[in-house]
Design a binder for this molecule. Structure first.
Ligand code: SF4
Length: 69
């Protein structure tokens, strides 16, 4: 799985980091950063994407096809 963060949309809420802390972190300016897209299950990564209040997380399969949203 590949993860793209839409930084213009990210409001630094941190919900992604709470759900999958090994995958998502926040930088010093409270912007979401991807640590390792494979550090948790695809289900957990999707749960984090769905929980993002700003719809700032885009998920793609290994072929680069968008699978969320
Ligand atoms: S949950 Fe969404 S808005 Fe919040 S830090 Fe993560 S990507 Fe940004």
């Amino acid at each position: 799985m590949q993860i793209r963060i839409l930084h213009n949309e990210c409001c630094g809420h941190g919900e992604c980091n709470l759900i999958a802390p090994d995958v998502f972190t926040l930088d010093v300016r409270n912007r979401c950063m991807v640590l390792d897209p494979e550090a948790d299950t695809p289900e957990k990564v999707r749960e984090a994407a769905e929980a993002c209040p700003c719809a700032a997380i885009v998920l793609m399969n290994d072929d680069g096809d968008e699978i969320y949203p």
